[in-house]
Structures are given as structure tokens and as C-alpha cells.
Design a protein around this ligand. Structure first.
Ligand code: PMP
Length: 364
């Protein structure tokens, strides 16, 4: 079927998790350090798990297709109207649907080099002409390899319908300020949507940086995607959402699979959002642990990029594949970034203190 696929799809590669985790869990048991997927080692709020368990009793029923309860609590939480929200089976799904709805052969897409990988996949799947703008240089003082918003503004063109930004970005961990975003938005025509992927938004906000949601009212072409996978530690439940102008949300609703969020998922997200004390503990713990890990790595001569997320990008300055192998053989799973065009780096999730210690001990 290879030759039947669209040319842009033929160039894509299927998601490769790198390793078979069930096998590794059997092999290494409790000493396995799973630092490859930007997961949250604190685990979800116990209240979220209890709510999910309770919801399972209704498993013979379809879930609420409107995600009504979750919609209400989130619209209160963000101070937006309920019809500005769209839910996805993870924010990944929403990033794909945005391109499906708004990009195509006559509707171009733009993203940054080293921007989150799904942007390029979504663009390719839609058959849109795609502009990948070179990232900031490695030497940049605050955002090495980060998004170059000035260059992105200069690359705008008449057929541009969708711009993907990630703030903070994965895999670089870098971020841009609301002022920089605002300046960018002023240069973007009304008929170009600007998607700001804030999968790590809560980690950024706890460090004092405002979400793009604060610019929503002034910019109807702004779309902000969020997820419960990271700060809320519900990656296995799959729940993402976006906030957009109601007219943008209405278009996406036509594409959405009616029952894309399961009932346990919806219940877990509602309870997780209500448990703000637990969220705060998680965010504080992550910030402390990230600073500790970065300092310990630096002491051992390993350079990491500045990060406002739950992961660090380690820049070895040489081919990082042997380092990844070395750690893998000792039960420490990190992510090589060769697929992103950064073969000299590995991405390391901020794990529990025990996992982080195991990483430090396993380093060559
Ligand atoms: N955006 C970014 C920047 C991410 O790093 C991820 C997860 N790796 C996602 C979106 C997708 O997350 P999810 O589908 O779990 O919401």
C-alpha cells in the first residue's frame, strides 16, 4: 500500500516508542527509571483515581459526548465561555484536527524547526504546503534552539492559515514571553490561526509566566491547546482540550468523534482540576527537582538547556546515541533526539528523586 499513500504521508514515520516498556519493566523491575516520555512521577491526584473508579460502574453507558461537567469546570477555571472549549483524546488529537479543518493544498502551515513533532505530521497529513522556520541559534542566551518569532512573522504569507507554536516547547524546553507572543500576534492577519500548544503551560505559569489564554479576548485567531497528561499526571487517561473563538470551536466540533473522551477520563479530569492543592504540590516538587537535577548534571560536566517544563534537554556536543545506550543498559530510559535533528542531545524527564539519583549514578 506504500505507493497508494499520499506523497507527504509516505515521508512520515510511525511513532516509535524506542523500547518495549512492558519487557523492560520485567527485566529491570523496581530499578527501572522511566525518564523518556515527560511523564509526571508524582502520579495523579488520588481524588482523580477515585472518581475514575466510581465512574466505571456506568461503563455500559456511552460517556457524555459534550463532556458537560468537564466543560463547565474548565470554563470557570479559565474564565472562558463553554462554547470556546473542544475536547480531544489527548491534545495530540486536537493538534491533528486543527490541520484537518484549516489546512490543505491551498492553506499553508508554519512551525518552527525543533518544534513539537506532531505539528509537522498534522501539516503533512493535510497536504498543506509547510514552512519550517529555522530555530534560534544554540548560543541564544534565554531560548537556545527556541522559536524565532521574528523570523516566523517575516515568513508569513497570504496563503498561511495555521501557525503552530509550542510554549514551552518540547523537546527544547524553551519558552517565549506573553509580550513576545503579543508582538507576534499583532503581525498575523485575522484569517491565520495561531495555535499555542501549552502542554506544559502549568509548569510555566507556576514560574510566573502568563498563559497565552490572557491574550484570547484581544485575538480571536488565537487557539490554545492544553492537556491533563503532564501537570495533572493523567497521560494514560488521554484528555486534552483547546480554547478558541466559538466559531473556530464550532468547526472543530464537526470533526470530533462524538465519544472521544471516556467516562472515567472525564470524571478523572474533573476531580483532578478540583484538587488544586495536589496540583500545586506537584508543580513545586517538579521545579525543585528540576533545579536539583540540572545542578547535579552541571557538576558532572553535563550541559542542559534552560527549561520551564518537567524535562531537561541534555546537550552532549557529540553523538548522544552511545550515552542513551549506556543508560539504557543500566535501566535508565531517556529519549534520544536524533529524530528531531538534534542527534547530540537526549531528553530527560524530571523523575522522582530516586529515579534522578539512578540516572546520575548510571552516567558514564
Ligand atoms: N504537545 C506537546 C508539546 C507535548 O510534548 C505533548 C506530549 N508529549 C503533547 C502536545 C501531546 O500530549 P497529549 O496528547 O498527551 O495531550
Amino acid at each position: 500500500a506504500e505507493r497508494l499513500a499520499q506523497p507527504a504521508i509516505r515521508a512520515l514515520r510511525a511513532y516509535d516508542p524506542g523500547h518495549d516498556l512492558p519487557t523492560l519493566r520485567t527485566r529491570f523491575g523496581a530499578v527501572l527509571a522511566e525518564l523518556g516520555s515527560n511523564e509526571n512521577p508524582s502520579g495523579p491526584s488520588p481524588k482523580a483515581l477515585a472518581a475514575a473508579r466510581e465512574a466505571l460502574a456506568d461503563s455500559h453507558r456511552y460517556p457524555d459526548p459534550r463532556c458537560g461537567r468537564l466543560r463547565d469546570v474548565l470554563s470557570n477555571h479559565h474564565g472562558v465561555s463553554p462554547d470556546q472549549l473542544v475536547f480531544g483524546n489527548g491534545s495530540h488529537e486536537l493538534l491533528m484536527q486543527l490541520a484537518q479543518a484549516f489546512a490543505g493544498p491551498d492553506a499553508a502551515v508554519m512551525h518552527s524547526q525543533y518544534g513539537f513533532a506532531v505539528f509537522a505530521i498534522a501539516a503533512a497529513a493535510s497536504g498543506a504546503p509547510t514552512i519550517c522556520v529555522p530555530a534560534l541559534p544554540r548560543e541564544h542566551p534565554s531560548a537556545p534552539w527556541g522559536h524565532d518569532l521574528d523570523a516566523m512573522a517575516a515568513a508569513l504569507r497570504d496563503d498561511m492559515r495555521l501557525v503552530y507554536l509550542a510554549n514551552p516547547n518540547n523537546p527544547t524546553g524553551t519558552w517565549f514571553s506573553p509580550d513576545a507572543l503579543h508582538a507576534f500576534l499583532k503581525k498575523v492577519p485575522d484569517d491565520t490561526l495561531v495555535v499555542v500548544d501549552e502542554a506544559y503551560g502549568e509548569f510555566m505559569q507556576v514560574a510566573g509566566h502568563a498563559s497565552a489564554l490572557s491574550l484570547m479576548a484581544a485575538h480571536p485567531n488565537l487557539v490554545v491547546t492544553r492537556t491533563f497528561s503532564k501537570a495533572y499526571a493523567l497521560a494514560g487517561m488521554r484528555v486534552g482540550y483547546l480554547v478558541a473563538h466559538p466559531s473556530v470551536a464550532a468547526v472543530l466540533e464537526r470533526l470530533r468523534e462524538s465519544f472521544n473522551l471516556g467516562l472515567a477520563t472525564q470524571a478523572a479530569a474533573v476531580a483532578a482540576l478540583a484538587d488544586s492543592v495536589y496540583l500545586h504540590l506537584t508543580l513545586t516538587r517538579n521545579a525543585e527537582e528540576r533545579a536539583w537535577l540540572a545542578a547535579e548534571l552541571a557538576e558532572r560536566g553535563h550541559r542542559t538547556l534552560p527549561s520551564l517544563t518537567n524535562f531537561l534537554l541534555l546537550d552532549t556536543g557529540e553523538d548522544a546515541a552511545p550515552l542513551e545506550r549506556h543508560l539504557f543498559d543500566r535501566g535508565v530510559i531517556v529519549r534520544p533526539m536524533g529524530g528531531y535533528g538534534l542527534p547530540q542531545t537526549v531528553r530527560i524527564s524530571v523523575g522522582s528523586r530516586a529515579e534522578n539519583r539512578r540516572l546520575l549514578e548510571a552516567l558514564p
